[in-house]
Design a protein around this ligand. Structure first.
Ligand code: FDA
Length: 397
């Protein structure tokens, strides 16, 4: 049976980073992944250019049942640290809006960089290789039952990510192993995902598919309240676009989302100010304040299409403005893991030591990356968590 100091299961963002650093610290490391192509999620991320971090990746941009947990790892490995690694490998990058950093060329550069870092650490690869079970043998460490025979390791790192996009090999492996070993799980759900509506309720809006608009969007109360100003996109089944992906991470089934379709502009006030002496139709005025298709559809539904602004009572204009500024709707669900960018929930962070990600109940077992209940906003935050949690773990192994 082959034997190692550390077995890292999952050769994605967190797993490769952790294996590389642990190997470079002199540990004998094996990195195991069941996929036939390396790091598929990095490859497809950021539209093929990998939004690998965000300049403002502070703890406030992460959701967790235990929000303080991510603080220490994020403070010890920052976006600047990752940029230093890119500089070492001469990888060009640029900033898009809101601190989002992307590769100039392709996300392949990040995969190649991590592969080379693993090589520098003398990491042994088992890939494609499926792990059926992780057996904890107390003082003797762990035995992994793989389809290439058993592997013995003194320490095991679960880095198999979340369940988003099962079509490229995502699984609930980390959650299953954690559960079997008696650890608590925060209920996993698709996040950064489009929201859907019953076909019946959505019929009126389906014609707006393709319309995009900057909005203020909000949901929830107290600790689980989220609010963003981003673009929203109407689709045939519901709502998507960055605004909706962001708010989906905060949305609880049965709860409404609140959308200001004019992103902070008081529409009733704008319509009432435009009214005196106006010869224009309301359609023309409203289409100056939001996408024409959206304005026309909304007015048709409200029975106001084709009316002259000056002929409409103030009460009707106030009602119209309010309805557009405070559109409330209850999604019937999400587009699911097939369309989600991440999984929220995961291994309860109260089960882990925040210094090194080691399981409190199972010494020698570690969990990092998306498998852990730390979920970032859209915009490079999830990779920053993968790098930071991997680094905290690798330095503590
Ligand atoms: P990751 O998913 O990267 O790796 C897990 C690895 O474990 C995989 O290689 C998988 O094959 C392997 N595995 C799973 N089950 C296994 C098993 N049973 N046995 C062996 N191996 C197993 N984030 C961001 O910050 N910026 C971005 O631009 C994007 N863009 C983006 C686009 C799309 C379409 C998606 C789906 C996701 C993103 N993300 C993102 C999210 C980001 O990709 C994600 O959070 C990280 O890849 C998580 O890193 P991990 O290493 O935890 O898991």
């Amino acid at each position: 049976m082959s034997s190692f100091d550390v077995a890292v299961i999952g050769a994605g963002a967190a797993g490769m980073m952790c294996a590389a650093v642990a190997g470079q610290r002199g540990l004998r490391v094996v990195l195991i992944d069941h996929a036939s192509r390396l790091a598929e999620k990095i490859r497809i991320s950021g539209g093929g250019r990998c939004n690998f971090t965000n300049r403002d990746a502070g703890p406030a941009a992460f959701l967790s049942a235990n929000p303080a947990f991510c603080r220490s790892a994020l403070a010890r490995y920052t976006p600047q640290d990752f940029l230093r690694l890119l500089a070492k490998h001469r990888i060009g990058w640029h900033e898009k809006h809101r601190g989002q950093l992307f590769c100039d060329d392709s996300s392949e550069a990040i995969i190649e960089m991590l592969r080379r870092e693993c090589e520098a650490g003398g990491v042994a690869w088992r890939m494609p290789c499926a792990v059926a079970r992780v057996r904890c043998e107390g003082e003797a460490g762990f035995v992994l039952d793989t389809d290439h025979g058993p592997v013995r390791a003194a320490r095991v790192v679960l880095a198999t990510g979340g369940m988003a996009v099962p079509q490229i090999g995502a699984t609930d492996f980390a959650l299953r192993v954690a559960r079997e070993l008696g650890m608590k799980i925060i209920e996993p759900r698709p996040a950064l995902v489009p929201l859907t509506f019953d076909a019946e309720n959505w019929r009126a809006y389906a014609a707006l598919a393709g319309v995009a608009q900057e909005v203020d969007i909000a949901t929830g109360k107290g600790k689980m309240a989220g609010r963003f100003r981003e673009d929203l996109l109407f689709t045939h089944r519901g709502l998507s676009g960055p605004a909706v992906l962001q708010i989906s991470s905060y949305w609880q089934p049965g709860e409404p989302i609140r959308v200001d379709l004019a992103a902070g502009q008081d529409l009733a006030d704008a319509l009432l100010r435009a009214k005196p002496g106006s010869r224009q139709q309301i359609d023309t005025v409203l289409a100056g304040l939001m996408p024409r298709r959206l304005a026309e559809q909304w007015l048709a539904d409200a029975g106001l299409a084709g009316k002259r602004l000056a002929d409409l009572p103030d009460k009707a204009l106030r009602g119209l403005g309010l309805a557009l500024n405070e559109w409330q709707l209850v999604p019937s669900g999400t587009a699911g893991y097939k369309k989600a960018e991440v999984m929220r929930g995961g291994i309860d962070t109260r089960e882990l030591n925040q210094q090194d990600m080691q399981a409190r109940r199972v010494p020698g077992l570690y969990a990092i990356g998306e498998a852990v209940d730390v979920t970032g906003w859209l915009g490079g935050y999830n990779f920053q968590w993968a790098w930071a949690s991997a680094m905290a773990c690798a330095l503590g192994l």
